[in-house]
Design a protein around this ligand. Structure first.
Ligand SMILES: Cc1cc2nc3c(=O)[nH]c(=O)nc-3n(C[C@H](O)[C@H](O)[C@H](O)COP(=O)(O)O)c2cc1C
Length: 481
């Protein structure tokens, strides 16, 4: 059974000893950030702040801060198990035999059942506030870092419809508070929400949902192709459709079981200076022009819980949201580039800065082909540095990768430099969102790629390894074998 809503998720976290309620009064101005940053870096629990100074609602934070909690949220032992379920569907072949047909039908049913379901009533609309009753000050919105100009809403599921096709998009884009009834909408240049906005007429309806079951909340951050509905993917991953209700003041559908929904609109051409913001890059992302979101309604549960996340110098809570994406998307990446064995987006590389990819190398120049393929894949295309290693190298072992990247590389021959699109938050390039990219071919090379014959890599014989493992106790050496 999928987790229905945030309440069931909190109950599970409490049962598993993964949540601490904080009764002491805490200040949303910087104090919460410092508490959460220390907790995350110590791999500590999710926190439910019940008494946030000046706010009328409790604050849930660090719900996604460890691998264990992320797995609990998905109901799996390992995030790779989620990828396996996805792979089974992506790799479906014509069935052979009756059992195969039954299994195939079950898979197809799981896809058919994934479509969001429209229901008449939802807890997310128990209370409906419009006009002067709309007041963002009621919520415990943290003012995250000293250089931020205002409090920032950081864990939203922002819902729009493409004005050209009507297809839904759900994205996680921070929202800087302007006043009780307005915020900025920080969808970056390459994101699907920004694409809907570019296609808008005079007014774009927007709804923002908060406090969802963990899979639906995660789906807002998933870099899906534009035409794929995040709520449908959430339904597939949950094994149960996401239930939606018609919004009260905008032409959109919103999660029926959310804690809070903000409805409103963006007016064509209306921009303001958003930021700076202490970002997941570990730096302040500079102030820039972004659209303004006017709230027309807030709907919510009677005793709504407001969720947030603190990003900053890695590792931060978003590490495991991003790692979930890394794992879940591997099968989809392999559909396009099947020679990819595995990949890793190091947390310290803040995800866009570095991708390590292992490949089954089959021909000269193969690593270069894969470097270019990565630079053509969805949001991975923004990756600044791609390192390609051979299939037997463990991409998650950064020592091993560094060893190969140093030992196997002639920089004049094996480094590919290119100009291309970069993440808008990257401060290093000379221009915003455009600049240099580097591919490093750290695979084994031979005469077919113009090198001298290479020496063999040192490896102990299997026989001696087995012998030493067998006799290890006898030696009396107090180290791991
Ligand atoms: C905690 C968190 C905050 C994020 N904030 C932003 C943001 O402010 N702007 C943005 O464009 N992307 C942000 N992202 C990344 C997007 O959510 C992500 O790229 C997602 O795929 C965008 O959805 P889209 O592909 O439908 O545009 C954030 C991700 C996380 C996990």
């Amino acid at each position: 059974m999928a987790l229905r809503d945030l309440r069931e998720w909190i109950a599970l976290l409490e049962r598993e000893g993964e949540l601490v309620r904080v009764a002491a009064e805490v200040d949303p101005y910087l104090e919460i950030t410092e508490i959460v940053d220390r907790t995350v870096k110590a791999k500590g629990p999710a926190l439910l702040f019940e008494n946030v100074k000046g706010a009328r609602h409790p604050l849930l934070i660090n719900q996604f801060g460890t691998e264990r909690r992320m797995c609990l949220g998905f109901g799996v032992k390992s995030l790779d198990d989620v990828a396996v379920r996805l792979e089974e569907v992506l790799e479906m072949q014509p069935p052979q035999g009756l059992m195969d047909k039954v299994r195939g039908l079950q898979k197809l049913k799981s896809i058919a059942d994934s479509r969001p379901e429209l229901v008449k009533k939802g807890a997310s609309q128990e209370i409906v506030l419009t006009g002067d009753d709309i007041d963002l000050d009621a919520f415990p919105i943290p003012h995250c870092w000293p250089g931020d100009p205002a409090p920032f809403i950081t864990l939203p599921a922002v819902i729009t419809a493409d004005p050209r096709t009507g297809s839904r998009n759900v994205g996680m884009y921070r929202m800087q508070k302007i006043d009780k009834r307005t915020t900025f909408m920080h969808w970056q240049l390459h994101k699907d929400g920004a694409s809907d906005w570019r296609g808008m007429g005079e007014r774009l309806d927007v709804a923002v949902a908060f406090g969802l079951d963990p899979i639906t909340a995660y789906s807002a951050s998933a870099p899906l192709p534009k035409h794929i509905d995040e709520f449908m993917v959430a339904g597939f991953l949950r094994g149960e459709a996401v239930e939606l209700v018609q919004a009260k003041t905008v032409d959109l559908q919103v999660p029926a079981h959310a804690e809070i929904v903000m409805e409103g609109y963006i007016q064509k051409g209306e921009l303001g200076v958003e930021g700076p913001f202490g970002d997941h890059t570990g730096y302040y992302s500079p102030a820039d022009l972004f659209p303004i979101f006017h709230l027309t309604a807030i709907t919510m549960r009677r005793d709504a819980i407001y969720p947030s996340i603190i990003v900053g110098k890695p590792p931060a809570e978003d590490e495991w949201l991003a790692k979930a994406t890394e794992r879940i998307f591997l099968p989809a990446i392999r559909m396009t580039v099947p020679e990819i064995v595995d990949y890793d987006l190091p947390t310290a590389g803040t995800f866009h800065n570095c991708a390590i990819v292992s490949i089954r190398k089959a021909y000269p120049g193969h690593a270069r082909k894969v470097i270019n393929a990565v630079w053509a894949l969805g949001l991975l295309s923004l990756t600044k540095c791609v390192v390609v290693v051979d299939e037997h190298v463990n991409v998650h072992d950064y020592n091993e990768v560094f060893f190969k990247a140093c030992a196997n590389v002639d920089p004049m021959r094996d480094v590919v430099m290119q100009l291309g699109p970069l993440d808008q938050l990257d401060h290093a390039p000379t221009l915003e969102a455009f600049g240099g990219k580097m591919g490093i071919d750290a695979t084994h090379k031979g005469p077919a790629e113009g090198t001298r014959p290479w020496p063999e890599e040192i490896e102990m014989s299997a026989e001696i390894k087995a012998q030493v493992a067998r006799r290890w106790q006898e030696y009396g050496i107090p180290t791991n074998k």
